[in-house]
Design a protein around this ligand. Sequence first.
Ligand code: 13P
Length: 258
Amino acid sequence: MSTTVRPLIAGNWKMHGLSAELHEIGAIAASVHARPPAADVLICVPATLLSRAAQIAAGRIAIGGEDCHAEVSGAFTGDVSADMLKDAGAAAVIVGHSERRLHHGETGPMVAAKAKAAWRSGLSTIVCIGESEVQRRRGDALAVCGDQIADSLPQDLARSGTAAIAYEPLWAIGSGHVPTADQIAEMHRHLRTCLVALAGAAGASIRILYGGSVTADNADEVLGLPDVGGVLIGGASLLAVDFDAVLRCVPEALFAPA
Ligand code: 13P
């Protein structure tokens, strides 16, 4: 973990969660309040839960959206703008998740436009990238992810210091297969080089999260790797007990917040 960057421990609920599950947000918020980790904590939830989740979180943890439209408003039935997420209480948004790239045909330029919209609305942005299993086997992983940074992360956003990158190899998502420590370290080192090339000094402090089958069993090792600035957690963020166990892998803050 970079010593200069406070890690971000983020959850992504994906298309999971009804009103009945909101108590999990309350439990995570209570636990963070009782035992503050030395990390920023964010849970990204479906748009239907956002405003209630934000109320329940009561500022103890941040709540985010999982996607936004690139336009501020307009005739886009079913879509949600970054302003709407912010209005509902979101502090952040994920863009370019591989599930959106895959199932909704999102391209790098589309992701970059969404990231810009989020930035304009004052949301922190997590831009997701990651290679497929085939690309990794072919030896193309570093090049693919470098290209995704170049086309999905606008340079002015990178320079603003409000974006994070989530490296999520597609083959690690929901599979229980986590890359080796060497593979993660190699990729994060490469991404850091790309970010510095893109954004100069600001690129050195952009958080690069790892995502893909993160649980309490591997978070300790992952968070200890150089240039890993946090984790993005799917399945293990749905239950407070699992998410808390990951948070316990981060050292406690010396002082509780006022
Ligand atoms: P899992 O942690 O369930 O593998 O999901 C990772 C992910 O896609 C987070 O965005």
